[in-house]
Write a protein that binds this ligand. Structure first.
Ligand SMILES: [Mn+2]
Length: 307
């Protein structure tokens, strides 16, 4: 379908991460190389975080208002059509809508669904598509795929064996693995230190939650996060989830006044998918999220009641 398409629109999810953008750009670069017209977009917030905007092929990204909407459209790393925001209409309007994703909560919303929860990242599925379609993987394409692989596996901390094989294959094309890992995972603005300090001071431990498994949560309110780029708050969960007193870690992030995105992580046995779904979100058993709106105390109270 992709090889035969005259033109393809690649759609990435809202508040994009390196897997959705890396997967999208890798496919777009491969299609561009064989002469297929291609455009890439995400619903926002604009502009793209600097690190993602420096990936090879980022010039193929257009603002949502400039999208043409081609006959074949691909939703990349989206657990549901809601993750496409206003761009969901582009997928629906396409003659063929393709969903490529690895989230366990994904029930399928395309004409063709390639959904594999056994994949560590969507980039792994894109590499499979490129191999299947006999599209060569050069260093730029490999760099975009590596970006999704290294971030979605937490720098290979929870990588399955196959992901290490994929990393070896991608690095052998000449990808600067060390440099991209630093850029994507170990680089922050100075204001990040202040934001993290406020967020960690807000942390609360609820030992009795989740049947005694425990919950730890922290809040990044708008006053903490407005002075730095939105994506800087994404890393707070990686600090909070290190607390061994609780199986579940949650970070409430106020992206705009009274508008929240909530990240959840489970250390071992808790399956977060049912809870995320009950709040209108989705994800993986050990990493899930949802959106909420209202004052901080109300949003937190509603969540604690659901727990
Ligand atoms: Mn992903």
């Amino acid at each position: 379908m992709l090889r035969a398409a005259p033109a393809v629109t690649v759609l990435c999810h809202v508040r994009p991460d390196a897997d959705t953008i890396g997967s999208g750009l890798a496919l777009a670069l491969a299609l561009d190389a064989i002469g297929v017209e291609v455009e890439v977009a995400f619903p926002g917030p604009w502009p793209l975080p600097e690190a993602l905007g420096s990936l090879p092929g980022a010039k193929l990204i257009v603002e949502p208002g400039d999208l043409v909407g081609h006959p074949v459209a691909v939703a990349m790393d989206c657990a549901s059509s809601e993750r496409l925001g206003d761009l969901a209409a582009i997928l629906t309007a396409a003659e063929t809508g393709i969903v490529v994703d690895h989230h366990a909560s994904n029930r399928g919303f395309g004409d063709i669904d390639l959904i594999d929860p056994a994949a560590d990242c969507t980039a792994e599925l894109v590499l499979g598509i490129l191999d299947e379609a006999d599209m060569p993987v050069d260093r730029d394409i490999a760099t975009c795929l590596f970006a999704g692989l290294v971030t979605d596996t937490g720098s290979f901390r929870w990588a399955r064996p196959n992901s290490h094989l994929l990393a070896a294959r991608l690095l052998e094309t000449g990808v600067d693995g060390q440099g991209w890992t630093r850029t994507l995972l170990d680089t922050h603005q100075f204001g990040w230190l202040t934001m993290v300090s406020g967020a960690l001071q807000s942390a609360v431990l609820v030992p009795e939650a989740f049947g005694g498994s425990g919950l730890v949560y922290a809040v990044v309110d708008h006053s903490c996060s407005r002075t730095i780029d939105w994506d800087e708050a994404e890393s707070v969960i990686d600090l909070v989830r290190t607390v061994g007193d609780a199986d579940v870690a949650v970070v409430f992030k106020e992206s705009a006044p009274h508008e929240w995105t909530v990240s959840m992580r489970a250390r071992s046995h808790t399956d977060l998918v049912p809870l995320a779904r009950s709040q209108g979100g989705g994800g993986h058993p050990h990493a899930a999220g949802f959106s909420a709106s209202g004052p901080a105390d109300e949003v937190i109270e509603k969540f604690l009641t659901a727990v």
